[in-house]
Design a binder for this molecule. Structure first.
Ligand code: MSK
Length: 639
């Protein structure tokens, strides 16, 4: 059974130990059983696109160098990679479409359980899309905006409006010159499937050109729409306190864990859970009350807007159940381990699926529809309450850390602005003067290939020690919260320049900007920094870098690709499955930068990866002719 040392997180270690002592299998055990993992798959040179195969290329050059159809390693690896981009872009964008549909339903009178909560944001989005707002009421504006935006998914002519109007003009020019301007969200994803069908596109570079286009339709399209519309419907987040880690589960309360990605049901469950009748019902069953906790990105969505505690990141979903204290785990879509089904059977926990897109054999399905949101939420909560007396032995780790989240594109730099208010000038000046060395977006999942949370935390600490301000999302944000890096007090771990900024403004050095789709907030922050001026004309000029130190999902591949395609040097831990093709690897990690301004790098050691990011940041500072960092840096080097 897995040893506690697979994680650096104390609460997780306690639950891994509990699992081992009771003979319960976790993700780390299954990872061990899977060794050695398939070399062909890891290198990206296994093809099962048609039934003449499966085929594989011999990476040592002794066996077959082409599949039965003649596809070589470059084609096979490129086709596999672009399909990962398509799956990731589809997941984010379908999420965005569903949120846009919810807004449409609200204005069409199809549901009374939601409303427009952020009118200012609605009008800002309307202005971006050229929807006239003068003399129109909120319902009319929301109707027109949702129609225009829903059309973005499947439009047949022109290019994606959001990419054109949110990205810096120089970036849009680069995309047009490279022929990668996304046309519409669905079209790019469909075209991936066509191009990668047997006997169509076999040119790895041409395939990568379309991979870039598809990822841009996610970052500057589907994900951006998900973020903007979530803000309109549920309010743009503001800085808010919350607690993180398994210790947020309460021994004497009915615990409901909300896991997955979409905020539509979780928002309603969080609100309904405090209804008097339900709280009384819980008390009648012997509980103190009802405790809602998030998990993964559903957790990020509700902590950003309501300060609801988060029980853990991706690799803690099983560990939450293993506490024996979870009455119901309610899941929507994405990052939900199938292993939860059999695991919950070993405990009293009721696993409940809610999306028609995500069912599990033998697991109770209570389908969620926006027109019956409150009703569905009540049914689910009642099931959890009724389950409270069925608990067995409970063991909840004590660990929980205080944190602050809610730093969106709009609010972060209002705060940094101080007397300048609503301007990025103080941030740009801090970079120009060298008080800040640069900034980094550090995001992404967990992966049992990397010691749980070590990749995230070691990288974050190394970067802030070197005066690099961080924006974070997804499971990196949750790891950072658990490690105390989302508290203003974490300023004491920073270099002198970043420490001064954090202490003056009262912010943490790691800024939580949301869930996985909210990586679009990082893009719009970068666009705003460019617009403010003084740091070049394009995102690719900025002294910034991106990283995903424990990535695992196809969504992460799409995110990485759109970061790179937006001009950001991006370092990931586990390499993309492309190393079986030398040409493709060289293209992604070297040549791509000349065409698009960004490139990929692979490095599993998070400290080395942080140093690679810092080197890149310093090169960009030099190219902009900025002064060297103001204070002596922990990591200094000579070219
Ligand atoms: S939940 S995609 S494990 S960040 Fe967004 Fe976490 Fe990665 Fe899922």
């Amino acid at each position: 059974m897995a040893k506690e040392s697979v994680s650096i997180d104390k609460a997780s270690r306690q639950m891994i130990k509990r699992a081992a002592s009771e003979g319960i299998e976790t993700v780390w055990d299954r990872y061990e059983q899977m060794q050695p993992q398939c070399g062909f798959g890891s290198l990206g040179i296994c093809c099962k696109i048609c039934s003449m195969g499966p085929c594989r290329i011999d990476p040592f050059g002794e066996g077959p160098q082409a599949g039965i159809c003649g596809a070589n390693a470059d084609t096979i690896a490129a086709r596999n990679l672009i399909r990962m981009v398509a799956a990731g872009a589809a997941a984010h964008s379908d999420h965005g479409r569903d949120i846009a549909h919810t807004l449409k339903l609200v204005v069409d009178g199809g549901t009374r359980d939601y409303s427009v909560k952020d009118e200012k944001k609605l009008k800002e989005v309307a202005a971006r899309y050229g929807v006239e707002t003068e003399g129109k009421d909120v319902t009319q504006i929301a109707k027109e905006v949702s129609e225009v935006v829903l059309n973005e998914f499947g439009k047949q002519e022109g290019t994606l409006t959001s990419a054109e109007v949110y990205a810096p003009p120089a970036r849009v020019e680069t995309w047009k010159k490279a022929g990668v301007m996304p046309r519409s969200v669905d079209r790019e994803i469909v075209e991936v499937m066509h191009r990668t069908h047997m006997g169509v596109d076999v040119d790895y570079k041409n395939l990568m050109q379309h991979a870039i286009r598809t990822s841009l339709s996610d970052g500057w399209g589907g994900s951006l729409i998900a973020t903007e519309f979530s803000d309109i419907l549920f309010n743009g987040p503001e800085p808010i306190r919350f607690s993180a880690n398994l210790g947020v589960l309460e021994e004497d309360s009915v615990n409901i864990v909300l896991h997955g990605h979409e905020p539509t049901l979780s928002e309603i469950i969080a609100a309904v859970s405090q209804e008097k009748e339900l709280v009384k019902m819980a008390k009648d069953k012997g509980a103190k009350g009802i405790n809602i906790a998030g998990m993964c990105c559903t957790g990020n969505e509700i902590l950003m807007r309501h300060g609801i505690p988060v029980a853990g990141d991706f690799l803690q979903q099983e560990l939450a159940v293993i506490t024996g204290a979870v009455e119901a785990m309610v899941v929507d879509v994405q990052c939900i381990m199938p292993a939860l089904g059999p695991l919950c059977d070993c405990f009293h926990t009721k696993l409940i699926t809610t999306s028609p897109k995500c069912k599990m054999e033998g697991v109770e399905h209570i389908e969620f529809h926006e027109d019956k949101a409150v009703e569905t939420a009540r049914v689910i909560i009642k099931k959890a309450i009724e389950n409270f007396p069925n608990r067995g032995k409970v063991e909840i780790p004590q660990e929980k850390e205080k944190a602050v989240a809610g730093f969106t594109t709009e609010v972060v730099f209002n705060i940094l602005g101080g007397k300048y208010r609503s301007t990025y000038r103080p941030l740009n000046n801090a970079v120009i003067e060298g008080r800040l060395r640069g900034a980094a977006g550090v995001v992404g999942c967990n992966n049992p290939k990397i010691q749980h949370n070590y990749g995230h935390i070691a990288m974050l600490k190394e970067l802030i020690k070197n005066d690099v301000l961080i924006v974070t999302t997804g499971c990196n944000a949750i790891a950072a919260a658990k490690a105390g890096l989302l508290r203003p007090e974490a300023a004491s771990m920073c270099g002198k320049g970043l420490q001064e900024i954090c202490e003056t403004v009262g912010i943490p050095p790691v800024l939580h900007v949301g869930s996985c789709v909210d990586n679009s907030r990082i893009l719009t922050i970068l666009a705003a920094v460019v617009k403010e001026g003084g740091l070049g004309d394009d995102i690719s000029d900025l002294p910034v870098a991106g990283a995903a130190p424990e990535w695992m999902s196809e969504k992460a591949v799409s995110i990485g690709m759109y970061f790179v395609a937006s001009g950001v040097y991006t370092v990931i831990a586990t390499p993309l499955p492309v190393l079986g093709s030398k040409k493709l690897t060289k293209y992604l990690t070297e040549d791509m930068e000349k065409e698009i301004g960004g490139k990929w790098a692979f490095e599993e050691d998070p400290i080395k990866a942080a140093h690679m990011m810092i080197r890149h940041i310093d090169r960009k500072r030099k190219a902009l002719k900025l002064k060297p960092p103001m204070y002596k840096q922990a990591f200094a080097y000579k070219e």
